[in-house]
Design a protein around this ligand. Structure first.
Ligand code: MF3
Ligand code: CO
Length: 381
Protein backbone atom coordinates (compact mmCIF):
# COMPACT_ATOMS: atom_id res chain seq x y z
CA UNK A 1 0.00 0.00 0.00
CA UNK A 2 1.24 3.46 -0.84
CA UNK A 3 2.36 5.44 2.17
CA UNK A 4 -0.07 8.31 2.30
CA UNK A 5 1.54 11.25 4.02
CA UNK A 6 -0.71 11.57 7.08
CA UNK A 7 -0.86 15.12 8.32
CA UNK A 8 0.65 15.41 11.80
CA UNK A 9 -1.72 17.06 14.28
CA UNK A 10 -0.74 19.80 16.70
CA UNK A 11 -0.46 18.38 20.26
CA UNK A 12 -2.28 21.40 21.73
CA UNK A 13 -5.39 20.34 23.68
CA UNK A 14 -8.47 20.88 21.44
CA UNK A 15 -6.27 22.47 18.77
CA UNK A 16 -7.70 21.64 15.32
CA UNK A 17 -4.55 22.65 13.44
CA UNK A 18 -1.99 20.56 11.72
CA UNK A 19 1.39 20.57 13.43
CA UNK A 20 3.90 23.10 12.21
CA UNK A 21 7.62 22.81 12.65
CA UNK A 22 7.65 23.80 16.31
CA UNK A 23 8.97 20.94 18.42
CA UNK A 24 9.26 20.84 22.21
CA UNK A 25 13.00 21.20 22.96
CA UNK A 26 12.77 19.20 26.21
CA UNK A 27 11.14 16.27 24.43
CA UNK A 28 13.82 16.46 21.75
CA UNK A 29 16.57 16.31 24.38
CA UNK A 30 14.90 13.24 25.87
CA UNK A 31 14.93 11.55 22.50
CA UNK A 32 11.22 11.90 21.76
CA UNK A 33 9.38 14.36 19.58
CA UNK A 34 6.27 16.45 19.99
CA UNK A 35 4.99 19.00 17.51
CA UNK A 36 2.87 22.10 17.94
CA UNK A 37 1.30 24.42 15.35
CA UNK A 38 2.74 27.60 16.80
CA UNK A 39 4.77 29.13 19.58
CA UNK A 40 1.54 30.51 20.99
CA UNK A 41 -0.16 27.10 21.14
CA UNK A 42 2.96 25.57 22.70
CA UNK A 43 2.93 28.27 25.40
CA UNK A 44 -0.75 27.78 26.12
CA UNK A 45 -0.27 24.04 26.54
CA UNK A 46 2.97 24.18 28.48
CA UNK A 47 1.45 23.49 31.92
CA UNK A 48 -0.17 20.23 30.79
CA UNK A 49 2.55 19.25 28.34
CA UNK A 50 5.50 19.55 30.73
CA UNK A 51 3.99 16.84 32.98
CA UNK A 52 4.90 14.20 30.42
CA UNK A 53 8.59 15.13 30.73
CA UNK A 54 8.52 14.00 34.33
CA UNK A 55 6.43 10.96 33.44
CA UNK A 56 8.97 10.00 30.80
CA UNK A 57 12.00 10.30 33.09
CA UNK A 58 10.52 8.85 36.30
CA UNK A 59 7.66 6.77 34.90
CA UNK A 60 5.45 8.32 37.59
CA UNK A 61 2.21 10.16 36.82
CA UNK A 62 -1.04 11.50 38.22
CA UNK A 63 -3.80 9.42 36.58
CA UNK A 64 -6.44 12.14 37.13
CA UNK A 65 -4.67 15.40 36.16
CA UNK A 66 -7.93 17.30 35.64
CA UNK A 67 -9.79 16.16 38.78
CA UNK A 68 -10.50 18.96 41.31
CA UNK A 69 -8.64 17.51 44.31
CA UNK A 70 -9.91 18.83 47.65
CA UNK A 71 -6.50 19.00 49.33
CA UNK A 72 -2.84 18.75 48.36
CA UNK A 73 -2.54 14.93 48.24
CA UNK A 74 -2.23 13.42 44.75
CA UNK A 75 -2.19 9.82 43.53
CA UNK A 76 1.22 8.77 42.17
CA UNK A 77 0.87 5.96 39.65
CA UNK A 78 1.65 3.38 38.33
CA UNK A 79 0.25 0.99 40.93
CA UNK A 80 2.12 -2.24 41.47
CA UNK A 81 0.75 -5.21 39.54
CA UNK A 82 -1.48 -7.53 41.56
CA UNK A 83 0.62 -9.42 44.11
CA UNK A 84 0.60 -13.20 44.16
CA UNK A 85 -0.96 -15.36 46.87
CA UNK A 86 0.25 -19.00 46.89
CA UNK A 87 -2.45 -21.54 46.02
CA UNK A 88 -1.85 -23.27 49.37
CA UNK A 89 -3.42 -20.32 51.23
CA UNK A 90 -7.18 -20.50 51.86
CA UNK A 91 -8.97 -17.71 49.93
CA UNK A 92 -12.27 -15.91 50.52
CA UNK A 93 -14.94 -16.36 47.82
CA UNK A 94 -14.24 -13.01 46.12
CA UNK A 95 -10.51 -13.67 45.60
CA UNK A 96 -10.95 -14.75 41.96
CA UNK A 97 -13.69 -12.51 40.53
CA UNK A 98 -13.91 -9.66 43.07
CA UNK A 99 -17.53 -10.39 44.11
CA UNK A 100 -18.23 -11.31 47.76
CA UNK A 101 -21.15 -13.64 46.96
CA UNK A 102 -21.51 -15.05 50.48
CA UNK A 103 -21.92 -11.51 51.86
CA UNK A 104 -24.73 -10.84 49.39
CA UNK A 105 -26.56 -14.06 50.29
CA UNK A 106 -26.50 -13.17 53.99
CA UNK A 107 -29.33 -10.67 54.04
CA UNK A 108 -31.50 -9.12 56.74
CA UNK A 109 -30.47 -6.71 59.42
CA UNK A 110 -31.84 -8.93 62.24
CA UNK A 111 -29.72 -11.82 61.04
CA UNK A 112 -26.60 -11.64 63.25
CA UNK A 113 -24.15 -14.53 63.56
CA UNK A 114 -23.43 -15.84 67.06
CA UNK A 115 -20.10 -17.66 67.07
CA UNK A 116 -19.47 -20.99 68.86
CA UNK A 117 -16.53 -21.32 71.27
CA UNK A 118 -14.43 -22.84 68.46
CA UNK A 119 -15.37 -20.05 66.07
CA UNK A 120 -14.52 -17.43 68.70
CA UNK A 121 -11.11 -19.08 69.06
CA UNK A 122 -10.64 -18.82 65.28
CA UNK A 123 -11.49 -15.09 65.47
CA UNK A 124 -8.92 -14.65 68.28
CA UNK A 125 -6.30 -16.31 66.09
CA UNK A 126 -6.85 -14.27 62.92
CA UNK A 127 -7.15 -11.00 64.86
CA UNK A 128 -3.87 -11.66 66.67
CA UNK A 129 -2.18 -12.34 63.32
CA UNK A 130 -3.71 -9.13 61.89
CA UNK A 131 -2.28 -7.16 64.84
CA UNK A 132 1.18 -8.64 64.17
CA UNK A 133 0.98 -7.64 60.51
CA UNK A 134 -0.19 -4.09 61.29
CA UNK A 135 2.68 -3.65 63.75
CA UNK A 136 5.22 -4.90 61.21
CA UNK A 137 3.87 -2.42 58.64
CA UNK A 138 3.80 0.46 61.14
CA UNK A 139 7.48 -0.05 61.94
CA UNK A 140 8.25 0.89 58.32
CA UNK A 141 6.50 4.28 58.53
CA UNK A 142 9.08 7.05 58.01
CA UNK A 143 9.66 9.92 55.56
CA UNK A 144 10.67 8.70 52.10
CA UNK A 145 8.93 5.31 52.26
CA UNK A 146 6.18 4.78 49.68
CA UNK A 147 2.80 3.28 50.55
CA UNK A 148 3.49 0.74 47.78
CA UNK A 149 6.43 -0.47 49.89
CA UNK A 150 4.16 -0.70 52.94
CA UNK A 151 1.79 -2.81 50.85
CA UNK A 152 4.68 -5.10 49.91
CA UNK A 153 5.57 -5.49 53.59
CA UNK A 154 1.95 -6.24 54.53
CA UNK A 155 1.52 -8.71 51.69
CA UNK A 156 4.68 -10.62 52.57
CA UNK A 157 3.83 -10.67 56.30
CA UNK A 158 0.39 -12.11 55.43
CA UNK A 159 1.85 -14.82 53.20
CA UNK A 160 4.46 -15.75 55.84
CA UNK A 161 1.57 -16.37 58.23
CA UNK A 162 -0.37 -18.44 55.68
CA UNK A 163 -3.10 -15.81 55.63
CA UNK A 164 -4.90 -14.09 52.74
CA UNK A 165 -4.87 -10.23 52.80
CA UNK A 166 -8.65 -9.64 52.87
CA UNK A 167 -8.72 -6.36 50.86
CA UNK A 168 -7.04 -7.98 47.83
CA UNK A 169 -9.72 -8.12 45.11
CA UNK A 170 -12.54 -7.45 47.61
CA UNK A 171 -15.06 -5.67 45.33
CA UNK A 172 -12.07 -5.46 42.94
CA UNK A 173 -9.86 -3.49 45.38
CA UNK A 174 -6.47 -3.86 43.66
CA UNK A 175 -4.07 -4.02 46.64
CA UNK A 176 -3.53 -5.95 49.91
CA UNK A 177 -3.94 -3.09 52.41
CA UNK A 178 -5.53 0.38 52.62
CA UNK A 179 -3.21 3.33 53.32
CA UNK A 180 -4.94 6.65 53.94
CA UNK A 181 -2.80 9.80 54.13
CA UNK A 182 -3.76 13.25 55.52
CA UNK A 183 -7.16 14.29 54.04
CA UNK A 184 -7.89 10.67 53.07
CA UNK A 185 -10.73 9.31 55.22
CA UNK A 186 -10.36 5.64 54.27
CA UNK A 187 -9.71 3.12 51.47
CA UNK A 188 -6.58 4.86 50.16
CA UNK A 189 -4.75 2.78 47.54
CA UNK A 190 -1.02 2.25 48.14
CA UNK A 191 0.99 3.93 45.39
CA UNK A 192 4.40 5.47 44.61
CA UNK A 193 4.11 8.64 46.75
CA UNK A 194 6.86 8.81 49.39
CA UNK A 195 5.67 9.67 52.89
CA UNK A 196 6.58 13.18 54.00
CA UNK A 197 7.65 14.46 57.42
CA UNK A 198 4.47 15.75 59.09
CA UNK A 199 2.05 13.46 57.20
CA UNK A 200 -0.40 11.30 59.10
CA UNK A 201 -1.11 7.85 57.69
CA UNK A 202 -3.74 5.27 58.54
CA UNK A 203 -2.84 1.66 57.82
CA UNK A 204 -5.90 -0.62 57.62
CA UNK A 205 -5.00 -4.31 57.75
CA UNK A 206 -7.45 -7.18 57.29
CA UNK A 207 -6.57 -10.88 57.17
CA UNK A 208 -8.42 -14.09 56.30
CA UNK A 209 -7.33 -17.25 58.10
CA UNK A 210 -9.07 -20.49 59.06
CA UNK A 211 -12.26 -19.23 57.42
CA UNK A 212 -12.48 -15.95 59.41
CA UNK A 213 -11.55 -12.29 58.86
CA UNK A 214 -9.82 -9.98 61.35
CA UNK A 215 -9.85 -6.21 60.76
CA UNK A 216 -8.01 -3.34 62.44
CA UNK A 217 -6.39 -0.01 61.70
CA UNK A 218 -4.40 2.76 63.36
CA UNK A 219 -3.20 6.20 62.35
CA UNK A 220 0.50 7.05 62.72
CA UNK A 221 2.56 10.25 62.67
CA UNK A 222 5.27 10.39 59.99
CA UNK A 223 8.56 11.77 61.32
CA UNK A 224 9.16 12.96 64.87
CA UNK A 225 5.80 12.64 66.59
CA UNK A 226 6.89 15.00 69.36
CA UNK A 227 7.07 17.70 66.66
CA UNK A 228 3.71 16.89 65.06
CA UNK A 229 1.43 19.77 64.10
CA UNK A 230 -1.07 20.50 66.93
CA UNK A 231 -4.04 20.10 64.57
CA UNK A 232 -2.74 16.71 63.47
CA UNK A 233 -2.39 15.66 67.12
CA UNK A 234 -5.89 16.91 67.87
CA UNK A 235 -7.58 14.89 65.14
CA UNK A 236 -5.47 11.74 65.62
CA UNK A 237 -5.75 11.63 69.41
CA UNK A 238 -9.45 12.45 69.28
CA UNK A 239 -10.05 9.53 66.90
CA UNK A 240 -8.02 7.23 69.17
CA UNK A 241 -10.02 8.31 72.23
CA UNK A 242 -13.36 8.06 70.39
CA UNK A 243 -12.69 4.38 69.71
CA UNK A 244 -11.54 3.75 73.31
CA UNK A 245 -14.63 5.43 74.76
CA UNK A 246 -16.97 3.54 72.42
CA UNK A 247 -15.41 0.21 73.41
CA UNK A 248 -16.02 1.06 77.09
CA UNK A 249 -19.79 0.76 76.65
CA UNK A 250 -19.81 -2.55 74.74
CA UNK A 251 -21.51 -5.42 76.59
CA UNK A 252 -24.57 -7.64 76.05
CA UNK A 253 -27.64 -5.47 75.62
CA UNK A 254 -25.80 -2.42 74.27
CA UNK A 255 -27.84 -0.91 71.45
CA UNK A 256 -25.94 -0.68 68.17
CA UNK A 257 -27.02 2.94 67.92
CA UNK A 258 -25.20 3.85 71.17
CA UNK A 259 -21.50 3.99 70.16
CA UNK A 260 -22.30 6.82 67.72
CA UNK A 261 -23.56 9.01 70.57
CA UNK A 262 -20.38 8.47 72.61
CA UNK A 263 -18.13 9.07 69.60
CA UNK A 264 -19.79 12.23 68.34
CA UNK A 265 -19.95 13.75 71.83
CA UNK A 266 -16.20 13.38 72.26
CA UNK A 267 -15.39 14.50 68.69
CA UNK A 268 -17.49 17.66 69.15
CA UNK A 269 -15.75 18.47 72.44
CA UNK A 270 -12.54 18.68 70.41
CA UNK A 271 -14.13 20.68 67.61
CA UNK A 272 -13.91 17.71 65.25
CA UNK A 273 -16.60 16.07 63.06
CA UNK A 274 -17.65 12.45 62.48
CA UNK A 275 -17.81 10.81 59.04
CA UNK A 276 -21.26 9.36 58.29
CA UNK A 277 -20.66 7.51 55.04
CA UNK A 278 -18.68 4.59 56.49
CA UNK A 279 -19.65 2.44 59.48
CA UNK A 280 -18.40 -0.30 61.76
CA UNK A 281 -19.57 -3.74 60.70
CA UNK A 282 -20.03 -7.34 61.69
CA UNK A 283 -16.93 -9.37 60.88
CA UNK A 284 -16.60 -13.16 61.03
CA UNK A 285 -16.71 -15.71 58.18
CA UNK A 286 -17.76 -12.60 56.19
CA UNK A 287 -15.54 -9.51 55.84
CA UNK A 288 -18.44 -7.06 56.10
CA UNK A 289 -21.80 -8.16 57.50
CA UNK A 290 -24.48 -7.30 60.07
CA UNK A 291 -24.65 -5.46 62.39
CA UNK A 292 -24.07 -2.00 60.93
CA UNK A 293 -22.58 0.39 63.50
CA UNK A 294 -22.71 4.10 62.60
CA UNK A 295 -20.23 6.39 64.36
CA UNK A 296 -22.45 9.49 64.45
CA UNK A 297 -25.01 10.57 67.07
CA UNK A 298 -28.77 10.00 66.87
CA UNK A 299 -28.41 7.25 64.28
CA UNK A 300 -31.17 4.69 63.81
CA UNK A 301 -29.14 1.46 63.84
CA UNK A 302 -31.25 -1.56 64.79
CA UNK A 303 -30.49 -4.26 67.36
CA UNK A 304 -28.31 -4.91 70.38
CA UNK A 305 -25.12 -6.75 71.31
CA UNK A 306 -25.21 -10.42 72.39
CA UNK A 307 -22.45 -12.71 73.67
CA UNK A 308 -20.58 -14.41 70.82
CA UNK A 309 -20.96 -11.77 68.13
CA UNK A 310 -18.02 -9.97 66.52
CA UNK A 311 -18.05 -6.50 65.02
CA UNK A 312 -15.74 -3.56 64.42
CA UNK A 313 -15.89 0.01 65.64
CA UNK A 314 -13.79 2.29 63.41
CA UNK A 315 -14.58 5.99 63.80
CA UNK A 316 -13.29 8.38 61.11
CA UNK A 317 -12.82 11.84 62.64
CA UNK A 318 -12.25 15.05 60.65
CA UNK A 319 -10.79 18.45 61.55
CA UNK A 320 -13.29 20.27 59.32
CA UNK A 321 -16.43 19.12 57.51
CA UNK A 322 -17.74 15.57 58.00
CA UNK A 323 -18.50 15.41 54.28
CA UNK A 324 -16.56 13.02 52.07
CA UNK A 325 -15.74 12.90 48.37
CA UNK A 326 -14.55 10.01 46.21
CA UNK A 327 -11.54 10.11 43.89
CA UNK A 328 -12.09 8.84 40.34
CA UNK A 329 -10.33 5.60 41.33
CA UNK A 330 -13.72 4.83 42.98
CA UNK A 331 -12.05 3.93 46.30
CA UNK A 332 -10.12 6.79 47.87
CA UNK A 333 -12.47 8.70 50.17
CA UNK A 334 -11.24 12.19 51.09
CA UNK A 335 -12.60 15.09 53.13
CA UNK A 336 -14.64 17.52 51.02
CA UNK A 337 -12.63 20.46 52.41
CA UNK A 338 -9.20 18.82 52.14
CA UNK A 339 -8.59 19.01 55.91
CA UNK A 340 -7.10 16.15 57.94
CA UNK A 341 -8.95 12.94 58.84
CA UNK A 342 -7.89 10.16 61.25
CA UNK A 343 -9.22 6.71 62.12
CA UNK A 344 -8.72 3.79 64.52
CA UNK A 345 -10.36 0.36 64.34
CA UNK A 346 -10.62 -2.75 66.48
CA UNK A 347 -12.38 -6.08 66.00
CA UNK A 348 -14.43 -6.82 69.14
CA UNK A 349 -15.99 -9.97 70.60
CA UNK A 350 -18.98 -9.49 72.89
CA UNK A 351 -18.54 -11.69 76.00
CA UNK A 352 -21.03 -12.70 78.75
CA UNK A 353 -20.26 -9.58 80.77
CA UNK A 354 -18.45 -7.18 78.49
CA UNK A 355 -16.11 -7.14 75.52
CA UNK A 356 -12.82 -8.63 74.39
CA UNK A 357 -10.67 -6.48 72.08
CA UNK A 358 -9.40 -9.17 69.71
CA UNK A 359 -7.01 -6.82 67.90
CA UNK A 360 -5.62 -5.21 71.09
CA UNK A 361 -2.18 -3.61 71.05
CA UNK A 362 0.78 -5.71 72.21
CA UNK A 363 3.37 -4.47 74.72
CA UNK A 364 5.76 -3.63 71.86
CA UNK A 365 3.22 -2.27 69.33
CA UNK A 366 4.56 0.85 67.54
CA UNK A 367 2.56 4.09 67.53
CA UNK A 368 0.45 4.96 70.54
CA UNK A 369 -0.83 8.24 71.96
CA UNK A 370 1.04 11.55 72.15
CA UNK A 371 -0.03 14.28 74.60
CA UNK A 372 -2.71 16.67 73.39
CA UNK A 373 -1.39 20.17 72.68
CA UNK A 374 -1.75 22.62 75.61
CA UNK A 375 -3.67 25.25 73.69
CA UNK A 376 -6.81 23.62 72.36
CA UNK A 377 -7.88 24.81 68.93
CA UNK A 378 -11.42 24.48 70.24
CA UNK A 379 -10.81 28.12 71.22
CA UNK A 380 -12.52 30.42 68.72
CA UNK A 381 -10.10 31.82 66.14
N1 MF3 B 1 -10.61 -2.75 56.19
C1 MF3 B 1 -11.65 -1.88 55.77
C2 MF3 B 1 -12.69 -1.84 56.88
O1 MF3 B 1 -12.34 -1.47 57.94
C3 MF3 B 1 -12.26 -2.34 54.50
C4 MF3 B 1 -11.35 -2.34 53.37
S1 MF3 B 1 -12.16 -3.02 52.05
C5 MF3 B 1 -11.17 -2.68 50.79
O2 MF3 B 1 -13.81 -2.17 56.77
F1 MF3 B 1 -11.55 -3.37 49.81
F2 MF3 B 1 -11.18 -1.39 50.58
F3 MF3 B 1 -9.97 -3.01 51.12
CO1 CO C 1 -13.54 -2.57 59.13
Amino acid sequence: MAAAATARKCLGVDCPNEAGNLRCPTCLKMGTDSFFCSQDCFKRNWATHKVIHKTKTTGLYNPFPNYPFTGSLRPVYPLSPRRHVPASIQRPDYAEDGIPRSERKFIGRHNITILSKEEQEAMRKVCRLAREVLDIAAREVRPGVTTDYIDEVVHKACIERNTYPSPLNYMHFPISVCTSINETICHGIPDQRPLEDGDIINIDVSLYYGGFHGDLNETYYVGDKAKANPDAVRVVETARECLEQAIQIVKPGMLFREPGNVIEKHAKSRNCSVVKSYCGHGVNQLFHTTPNIPHYAKNKAVGSAKPGICFTIEPMINLGTHKDKLWPDDWTSVTADGKLSAQFEHTLLVTEDGVEVLTARLPDSPGGPVPMPEVSSATPA
